[in-house]
Design a protein around this ligand. Structure first.
Ligand SMILES: Cc1cc2nc3c(=O)[nH]c(=O)nc-3n(C[C@H](O)[C@H](O)[C@H](O)COP(=O)(O)OP(=O)(O)OC[C@H]3O[C@@H](n4cnc5c(N)ncnc54)[C@H](O)[C@@H]3O)c2cc1C
Length: 414
């Protein structure tokens, strides 16, 4: 009997977790993990945090050591970028006439950093941050601590890089488009906590600015040109303006693509043998009743494994509550919830916002739809329970630290 082969395109965290789940659930066919990069799967969050700051070694970011894959018969092929899909013949093409046949295929191609438009992006000293190599190159440029570092974008990656670059002693300026960093994600009140954190740590935040060009001399960047014509001097520029899902293979093959590759709650595309997961996938969420593309570590981790199980025909309806975290200077934060539902919700604070030790809950129609904790630990499960159970809450009691959160959950279904 012919042994079936499952092929995974993209050896990021989602692809790695899928391969792991497929094997650990007892599948004894072939598993081929095609890695566009020359690296075994690794976690990206440290690339803008401890790894960039030089406090974590290279091997700490690996999902597994190389021999782990070998011992489990997971065939990781490094530097194998897929150039096309032939859905009718069940083949992925690798260029130069090479191809791999699959019985089932998982697309876990992730996302790429959005590039700064214009020729200036190619100057030395201009960095985008997605890969371990890019993190190493950035570290090499900032670790002396004597540079004027300008960061374009006041989102999560921009602010994390600001903290790491400042940690080396560099002069750091962040150029943000909104009036308050992160306001679009966590609202202006929480965003201003991050703004204050950066200011007290010596980062210059210039909000409401629009960089339009980069200037250079002798091939190296010297400044960022703003829409006003002002030039902000820079020795190093970091572009942190978001990511774009790598959907080209799927689109060219005729699969449904909107913001990401469109799949159902079991990660199945419109082709019954092709699945998609991670940053690249737009997944139907059963609780929201619409598709959601999530660019977070936790989603790659858990949805990756769930997609692997789905490929084994296990019944999967992935309904996890989106979760992400950040670490900047001495602030750690976790966020859980549905941003689309939080948009018009009331924000209820609990704890010491000025002292940066607090929680925030987004409450809509008496129910928590999202929540975050800043420098308060071991509460994320509780936050998720509020959201999952839809228990009715009283805002004033939620804000009152003398009332235990568990007390507010009493009577909520499990
Ligand atoms: C610097 C940084 C910091 C982050 N920090 C956080 C954080 O603090 N918290 C959080 O929740 N999330 C964070 N994230 C997001 C998180 O890392 C991503 O959500 C996660 O990496 C997504 O995993 P993935 O496997 O779907 O995609 P990816 O990690 O992008 O992996 C996809 C892989 O597929 C490969 N690939 C693409 N096309 C092809 C092809 N044609 N052939 C072969 N291979 C291909 C790519 O090269 C890549 O290796 C961060 C991301 C970055 C870049």
């Amino acid at each position: 009997m012919r042994v079936p082969t499952f092929v995974i395109v993209g050896a990021g965290l989602a692809g790695a977790r899928a391969a792991e789940a497929i094997r650990s659930e007892g599948f004894d066919g072939g598993i081929v993990l095609l890695a566009g990069e020359n690296e075994f799967p690794y976690a990206r969050p440290p690339l803008s945090k401890d790894y960039l700051a030089g406090t974590s070694a290279r091997d700490t970011i690996d999902v597994h050591p190389a021999e782990w894959y070998r011992d489990r018969g997971i065939d990781v092929r490094l530097g194998n970028r897929v150039t096309g899909l032939a859905l009718d013949t069940h083949e992925v093409n690798l260029g130069e006439g090479r191809s791999v046949r699959y019985d089932k295929l998982l697309l876990a191609t992730g996302a790429s950093s959005r590039r700064f438009p214009g020729p200036g992006a190619a100057l030395d000293g201009v960095h985008h941050l997605r890969t371990v190599g890019e993190s190493q190159a950035l570290r090499a440029d900032v670790e002396a601590g004597t540079r004027q570092v300008v960061i374009i974008g006041a989102g999560w990656i921009g602010l994390e890089v600001a903290a790491a670059a400042r940690g080396y002693g560099n002069a750091v300026t962040v150029l943000g488009r909104e009036s308050t960093p992160l306001a679009a994600v966590v609202g202006a009140e929480v965003g201003s906590v991050f703004a204050e954190l950066h200011r007290v740590n010596g980062v210059e935040l210039r909000m409401g600015t629009r960089p339009v060009d980069l200037t250079g001399a002798s091939g190296r960047v010297t400044g960022v040109v703003l829409s006003t014509g002002e030039i902000v001097p820079a020795d190093v520029v970091v572009v942190g303006i978001g990511a774009v899902p790598n959907t080209e293979l799927a689109r060219d093959a005729g699969l449904a693509v909107d913001d990401g590759i469109v799949v159902d709650a079991a990660f199945r595309s419109i082709d019954p043998d092709v699945y998609a997961v991670g940053d690249v996938a737009s997944v139907f969420h059963p609780a929201l009743r619409h598709n959601l593309r999530i660019e977070h570590w936790d989603n790659a981790e858990r949805a990756g494994a769930a997609a692997g199980r789905s490929m084994l025909d296990q019944a999967i309806s992935y309904d996890a509550i989106p979760y992400f975290y950040t670490d900047q200077f001495d602030l750690g934060m976790e966020y859980s919830g549905y941003r689309s539902r939080a948009r018009d919700a009331e924000v209820v604070f609990r704890g010491d916002r000025a002292g940066r030790e607090f929680m925030a809950f987004w409450v809509a129609d008496g129910q928590v739809v999202a929540g975050l904790n800043v420098n308060v630990w071991n509460v994320n499960e509780t936050v998720q329970r509020f959201i999952r159970t839809g228990v009715r809450v009283d805002a004033s009691r939620l804000a009152d630290e003398s009332i235990a959160l568990d007390e507010l959950l009493a009577g909520a279904p499990d």
